[in-house]
Design a protein around this ligand. Structure first.
Ligand SMILES: [Fe+2]
Ligand SMILES: [Fe+2]
Length: 237
């Protein structure tokens, strides 16, 4: 059995020193790998990323993350990624990694994702260049996610996102902002390539449980949703 600890949206700021570390300490006992579903920082600065890197120094299991929209805000993505990497947090961006756990292999395909909306209420690549660019960005990210998942021939596969692939895990958020919380294109990519579990964050007021139209379990692991520092999910017998 593979135990996956996950959370998103910890939003570490420069005033967050020492706040997360004590809550993460038990994770080494509870799980085999830790996945972070984006919005690691408040404003996306290198300084904030360094603070999170310090907070996870006592976590000894492998850590993988995707960035969220907040982690892009200061336009310091390379510096943020480097600072997290220096702290042992591997950032996935349309890419996949494999972890061996007790003789089983776990593949993790990670991407930030983006918005656009859901079936019957989605944007399209039509009209102004800005609208075309918005939807083209989502489409490109969904294609990279599908490729990353398809590249994995592991025993288990997890898709790690920041934005939501379905609307069921958004329930509780205002309907008007659904198009800014995720896109059905992400779920389509997951169902085409296949996965055993999807983790996302971003929707702080959403719902934990859902599944893609193809039946892949989806979990919204934003900290305000799970009401804890992390949640553990299991795969395999
Ligand atoms: Fe967030
Ligand atoms: Fe977010």
């Amino acid at each position: 059995m593979i135990r996956i600890a996950a959370f998103g949206d910890c939003h570490v700021g420069v005033d967050s020193c020492g706040r997360l570390a004590p809550h993460l300490e038990p994770v080494n006992e509870h799980a085999d790998v830790l996945l972070i579903a984006g919005d690691l920082t408040k404003c996306g600065t290198k300084d904030e990323a360094r603070i999170l890197a310090d907070e996870v120094q006592n976590v000894t299991i492998p850590i993988y993350a995707v960035l969220g929209n907040h982690d892009h805000h200061a336009d310091e993505v390379d510096g943020v990624t480097r600072a997290l990497g220096d702290g042992g947090i591997h950032v996935l961006d349309g890419s996949a990694e494999v972890v061996e756990i007790d003789g089983a292999s776990l593949g993790i395909a990670g991407t930030k994702g983006f918005g656009g909306g859901f079936a019957g209420a989605s944007g399209s690549e039509f009209g102004e260049p800005e609208m075309k660019a918005f939807m083209a960005h989502t489409k490109r990210i969904a294609c990279r996610l599908e490729r990353a998942l398809a590249s994995l021939s592991t025993d288990h596969r997890v898709a790690l996102l920041h934005y939501a692939p379905i609307d069921a895990t958004l329930v509780g958020e205002r309907l008007e902002i659904y198009p800014f919380l995720g896109s059905y294109l992400l779920a389509e990519a997951i169902d085409v390539a296949g996965a055993d579990l999807v983790l996302h964050g971003h929707a702080h007021g959403g719902t934990e449980h859902g599944s893609t139209p193809g039946g892949v379990p989806v979990r919204n692991v934003a900290q305000p949703v799970i009401g804890a520092a992390y949640k553990v999910y299991t795969l395999g017998p």
